[in-house]
Design a protein around this ligand. Sequence first.
Ligand code: MIG
Length: 844
Amino acid sequence: MSKITGRDGNYTRALSYIVKFLKIDKFLKYILMTSLFRGIEFENLLVVSRTKHLARSFMPQYFGKLPTTDQPWTKIGQVQAWKQYDRTIIFDCGESKFSITILAPNLLRVRLAPQGEFTERPSWAVTRDDFEWAPTPFDVNDTDTSVQIKTESIHIYIDKSTSRITCFDLDGRPFAQDATTNMGWRLGAVAGWKCIETDEHFYGFGERTGLLDKRSEVKTNWTTDALDYGSLTDEMYHAIPFFIALRPHVAYGIFFNTTFWSQFDIGAEQPGVWKMETRGRELDYYIIYGPKPAQILDTYTQLTGKMPLPPKWSIGYHQCRWSYESEEVVLTLAQEFRTRRIPCDVIHLDIDYMRGFRVFTWSPARFSNPEKLISDLKQNGFKTVTIIDPGVKYEPEANYHVFDEGIKNDYFVRQADGRLFHGYVWPDKSVFPDFLRADVQKWWGDLHKSLTDIGIAGIWNDMNEPAINDRPFGDGGVHIWFPLDAPQGKENSTTHAEVHNLYGLNMAKASAEGLIKHRNNERSFVLTRSGFAGVQRYSSVWMGDNQSQWEHLEMSLPMLCNMGLSGVAFVGCDIGGFAANATAELFARWMQVGMLYPLMRAHSAMSTARHEPWVFGERVENICREYINLRYQLIPFFYTLFWQAATTGAPILRPLVYEYPNDPKTYMLYDQVLLGCDLMAAPIYRPGVEHRAVYLPSGTWYDWWTGEKYVDGATHILAHAPLERMPLYARAGAVIPMQQVTQYIDEHPLNELQLQIFPGNSEYTLYEDDGNSFEYQKDIYSTTNISVSTEAEQVIVKIAPRQGKWKPVRRRIIVKVQGLGEQNFEDDGKEHLLKFTETRFPHH
Ligand code: MIG
């Protein structure tokens, strides 16, 4: 153990600076500071207090590098023998064994059993067992020094003397190459190490603050209430142990199949090496080859599941606040939207609608007739979403049905010694359902009937990391979680250490399944704060408690892009910022950016100023209206993107690197985003800024607002963006389906569909269905292929016959070609070929 002495110049100063900003209590900070300067052994100090955890969670980049007294790793030995069993090859390395299973031409699973025994592991996040993958051909060759496996798309090389695994693409470029230390274990942990190639960049990692590329950072997977997060925060609400590594022409994904505490170190400990470590018993990970990011996500979402199509109304604008605290307040709010002609579909009710924060109850004083409220809102075109937290008020003999039923059936988490676990959350002393259990999930899902019976259309799950205090709220105290040895589950029983990361996921699952069951053939909306890999199967997610600060607006785009690159497409941040007060300018800019979020919800915290679109005066109100209107016009475009996400796992909001993976200029580009592949935004996220550089990747682009054409990109332009303007561009060939502005989705049948087209060459598929029922799962949907081709002065738009069983109402299709005018026809579902030329429609 090395000492960090007070005389050690810069290093100490750097550390003290870090300590200064740690979120720990003042006393600990004082001890840390003084010890630093006295040269006390740092590690001992960390062990003394809970600071160890906090230090790691707040300053991983720095503290990850501190010398520790951890045991050395035992490295895997050489391959002594190997044997193939169907699609799995098992390598015998003395005491330990590892295996490689070929699941698809671009997908393999690697497992290491340090003690030589592969245990039957429940598959918590992976929806497809190994045997469920279609058979795929591959060859295995044995030489003196290596075993070589070839699939249709990759080669895998296993060096016998070191057991190192290296993959190659068909052009012989290596990827996912084991480092010199390749696999190892020590008491309570297993790990794997691989090389970082020159110019390799790292994306995904689930919910992460900071910018886009995570090289040189440490990312821990442990669901946490990340209150007051900033760009250096490590653990977040969601834990998704998945990332994509990318360089020109080569990209692969790694899904680390462990629900235990785990961590990626992307070159922080050793530049040139990335590491994955878990406190689980086995190393178990999947390598997914691209090379296109789209291919990686498609395969990754075959592993962890695709999202279902949400109801169309949930793609509209959501208004939320902690709290709209009474019926009157909610009704006035709803009326404001309609009077001011600002579209809105959803109103969220935060914790104050409940009676003393008891889940599945209503405050009789403030919400005396929820059924009437919800039906009034419904008449006015609003859907109501209520928050539900996991903590159940500990309240014996008080006729609180949720507590009584839970106790009677022993549904709540207990400690290892059998005593009921309790902690403190909003309802004060509380107990917590064991969502790992199928019977608890069902019970919880059924509790939602009391809400769906009165018309609740969606559920918002909060605090499900779970966030728990050791003392009543307001009494100070610290965050705790269930004891790590607390038993959980029934069929697959284990301890909290293994399934901590799954608590939010399983709560969201219970909510989603309850809603499906109790809302007859209507799709519902679920929103969860915490989740794990695969959360997209059950719920949308938001990035928790952000702040009304420019930095948080800026960070929102890379955060959401990395979520999208982690298989979770239906994501959003609180527009305007949750904590603190937005300025008028910040709010206007945030609404512009918010229009791009797949989940467009504004929210603000208790004791902040109100943040509705109209509170900042007329100018900002007009801006909000304009951008919310644009969102509503773009609903057919967004809905088609949701369908793409549901069928292929593609993100809705994409960083440019997703579409241009061979263009290194996109690798760090976090402040421009694509919706699908056709619309690109370059928002303003700084105060007082009216101009910004915009990178136009190769190809031709059009300014959305002025129609100005930029021929052959891969260049920067300077965009002018006064407060009313968010720079927006369309790719040549883009087909953007749009509709009339309505005040809410399904306000009235739409007798027009507009196709906004930009000259170029491309193919587009429009997806449509009723937007609300599950009939689409019975093939009641339609797709329309539209192709655009441009030659000299002429643009030809071919709308192919509509495919599928869903039929729109009577409508006209208006085709507008940028700069060349418009034509329209009655939508008869048949083929239409339209020609646009300069001469017929002169430029204006
Ligand atoms: O302890 O329900 O992130 O969106 O408004 C705070 C009150 C609990 C945290 C959520 C936030 C919500 C708030 N909740």
